[in-house]
Write a protein that binds this ligand. Structure first.
Ligand code: ZN
Length: 258
């Protein structure tokens, strides 16, 4: 049984392929999926799907960094964060690759999301790109006000950085999630990081509809493909795919309390 911890369902619902995509996921033994939010529409869809597929699809709500500069309704987010379908706050974080000029606004949004996560005691799903220092700094502050289980602070999703950042995040109490990027031909340094993450701190995800793993590159990514990422990670770490699937699903259930 696989747990895909990061799926954007928006496109699948929009073009009518959602049911087929979910069927293919279940046929591939991907029985648990986290429908990630991060925008007004994404949050609504995540809660809707989590309500329709309890025990299969889990919800998360957040405001991601691409909303920097927009006026955002944080009281709505606070309300959605407290709902039982919501198992995590995200995705949110910082991205200085795309919009470095909006760093201050991004940090403002991120800090409000972290505050809400601390209030509702739900783990955070973090996006970060070219913003290691600020991300670490803000997560360090968050860890100090976090009153939940110190091991369940959250997850750095779609990890692509180095061992130094991975270690710092693990020390803070975050889990590390690997997407299809770890299967890419030029990802040797990332594969080295994937070898050192402790068994009880690793998660897997597709980040569908983006980043299809080898051998599906060029296709739209979907949750069934998480099996290929799991197979590569299992091989790297010298365990069976079944063991890796079981361990990462166990970790996700522990983190999300679902
Ligand atoms: Zn995402």
């Amino acid at each position: 049984m696989f747990f895909d911890t990061h799926v954007h369902f928006d496109d699948f619902v929009e073009d009518g392929s959602f049911e087929a995509v979910l069927e293919r996921a279940q046929a591939a033994k991907v029985h648990h999926l986290l429908a990630v939010g991060g925008s007004v529409e994404g949050n609504e869809l995540s809660l809707k799907l989590a309500g329709e597929f309890p025990g299969t699809i889990f919800g998360s709500v957040g405001y991601n960094r691409d909303l920097a500069g927009e006026s955002l309704d944080f009281s709505l987010l606070r309300e959605q964060a407290a709902r039982s379908e919501t198992v995590a706050i995200g995705e949110n974080g910082l991205d200085y690759f795309y919009e470095p000029e909006k760093a201050a606004e991004q940090k403002e949004i991120f800090s409000q999301c972290l505050e809400i996560a601390a209030e509702v005691r739900k783990p955070v799903i973090i996006h970060t790109r070219d913003a290691d220092d600020d991300t670490l700094g803000m997560l360090t502050d968050f860890s100090k006000v976090w009153k939940g289980d110190p091991a369940n602070l959250g997850v750095l999703h779609c990890f692509t950085r180095d061992e130094k950042l991975a270690k710092a995040l693990l020390d803070l109490g975050l889990m590390i999630s690997f997407s299809g990027i770890v299967t890419f031909r030029n990802a040797d340094p990332l594969r080295e990081v994937a070898k050192m993450v402790p068994a009880d701190r690793i998660l897997i995800e597709t980040d569908s509809p983006y980043l299809a793993p080898v051998p599906h590159r060029g296709k739209r990514c979907e949750p069934a493909f998480v099996v290929d990422t799991a197979a590569l990670l299992a091989d790297l770490r010298g365990v069976t795919v079944e063991a890796l699937a079981g361990q990462t699903a166990h970790n996700a259930h522990a983190l999300f309390g679902a």
